[in-house]
Design a binder for this molecule. Structure first.
Ligand code: HEM
Ligand code: HEM
Length: 257
């Protein structure tokens, strides 16, 4: 497999073997933490160990960073490909590339500082900066060889309801928010933050399921390098909208029938 193809499947592979199992573990502990709290409230005791809540938080902290990380990786791949590897207009795009690298660094730094922030103000500031970094990177354009500007990251704006980009951005925002409100969940005796957290992360779970579907679909649409010239023809001829005849050039070395 070529380096280019390996780079294409790196993001889906890490999502499958690392991020999704982490989502499963976090959700398992979340359910246990909730059941334990409700049982203790109704019956005064519960067989579920008291470690369920802290374990959920521990794995949840890993999950937040992992989802932000996999989102950055998903965006880095097309950005490097379009701005550097396939660039037909490097002088026009060089400044943009280094600016975007700066945004990657700033976004990761904000996430690290969010983990360390103690006061509500700083948690709010770093959560906002981290989320804004993802949005700014996601909406960058580049100047192609024809002089026109195109989106760097494929957003599927023509079908935003089933867009891998918007679902992913939404899920990452919810993970950042979860991280930012941890002390509030514990402080609030009336459980308002806890309920808001549980409700919002049911939405996050639905978005993660959406990522499974849309990511798999996108993987079927992104060709390996040897398929690329043929698959590109399908898009150029708008074959997703109308019937097309595919003509594959004859291979002179193929054995005669
Ligand atoms: C798949 C994602 C997640 C889901 C579905 C989820 C869901 C839940 C649920 C249902 C509860 C229990 C609410 C109750 O007691 O009624 C909970 C508690 C909690 N969650 Fe999450 N959560 C997720 C991710 C996260 C993340 C990323 C963090 C932080 C980094 C986090 C931090 C917490 C904390 C601190 C509690 C309180 C635990 C305790 O009582 O000790 N969660 N979550
Ligand atoms: C938590 C889970 C995931 C998140 C947050 C996420 C996020 C993203 C983001 C933000 C992008 C860039 C926008 C785009 O090109 O659509 C992207 C690209 C992509 N993702 Fe995911 N993703 C996740 C899981 C998956 C899974 C499970 C698969 C497939 C099995 C997948 C396959 C892809 C593919 C094929 C691309 C296009 C890469 C390219 O342009 O070459 N993703 N992802």
């Amino acid at each position: 497999m070529s380096v280019k193809d390996f780079a294409t499947i790196l993001h889906p592979a890490i999502a499958v073997f690392y991020v999704f199992p982490l989502i499963g573990i976090t959700t398992y502990y979340a359910w246990q933490a909730r059941q334990r709290r409700l049982q203790a409230k109704e019956q005064g005791k519960s067989k579920i160990p008291s470690s369920a809540g802290p374990e959920h938080l521990k794995v949840g902290k890993w999950l937040s960073a992992s989802v932000v990380g996999i989102t950055l990786l998903g965006m880095a791949q097309p950005i490097i490909k379009k701005l550097v590897i396939d660039s037909q207009n490097w002088p026009a795009n060089a400044t943009r590339f280094f600016l975007i690298v700066g945004f990657f660094i700033a976004t990761i730094a904000s996430l690290v500082l969010l983990y360390r922030a103690k006061t509500p103000l700083w948690r709010g500031v770093f959560a906002t900066l981290c989320g804004a970094g993802l949005v700014i990177i996601g909406f960058q354009n580049f100047q192609a060889g024809d002089g026109n500007f195109y989106p760097l990251v494929f957003r599927r704006d023509f079908e935003w309801q089933v867009s891998h980009f918007y679902y992913g951005l939404g899920a990452a925002m919810l993970m950042i928010f979860s991280l930012a409100i941890v002390p509030d969940i514990y402080k609030d005796r009336q459980h308002r933050w806890r309920k808001a957290h549980a409700l919002l992360n049911v939405v996050a779970l639905l978005l993660f399921i959406g990522q499974g579907f849309t990511g798999t679909r996108d993987l079927l649409e992104v060709p390996l390098s040897w398929q690329q010239p043929f698959v590109e023809q399908l898009y150029i001829n708008n074959c997703q909208q109308q019937p097309c005849q595919v003509i594959v050039p004859e291979n002179p070395e193929a054995p005669a029938e």
